[in-house]
Design a protein around this ligand. Sequence first.
Ligand SMILES: [Zn+2]
Length: 166
Amino acid sequence: MVNFMLKISADLENLTNLQPQGGCDDPSFPYLFKLKCGRCGELSQKETCVSLGDTVPLLQGKGTTNLVQKCKFCMREGTVTMIPGKGRPLTQEDCEGGKFAPLMLFDCRGYEPVGFVFGAGWKVESLEGTKFEGIDLSGDDFSEYDEKGECPVMISNLRSTFEPVK
Ligand SMILES: [Zn+2]
């Protein structure tokens, strides 16, 4: 079984602790990405949206999952189940070291997740402690002025990857 860890990085200027508004395990934060079918290799046209608070029962077996989707090309059904408790905010130290921070772990059956989309609903804080909330990163960049630190703050060069975890 292979899980996929979503990892993000960015250039944070005078900022730290970039994360979804309610933390990595925010039940209403939408994780958006495409799905590549494990059987026929077809990439879904549109991004799929999953969030921890949205669950559906598994057709076979017990428990719930976050998404059941059928491949439009080969009709195979796959699931995406989110595994909370594995993420943490992206810090200034990560960025200085060129590192990625893990956000969320996905158990994908029949699919491979591809191309995470940042979207809206993020928060970050300045190195002086000023909080910036409800940030929309769908435009790739965020820039503001930190009154307390009297310096410009910026998020740019957003990057993401889905790393296979055995
Ligand atoms: Zn398929």
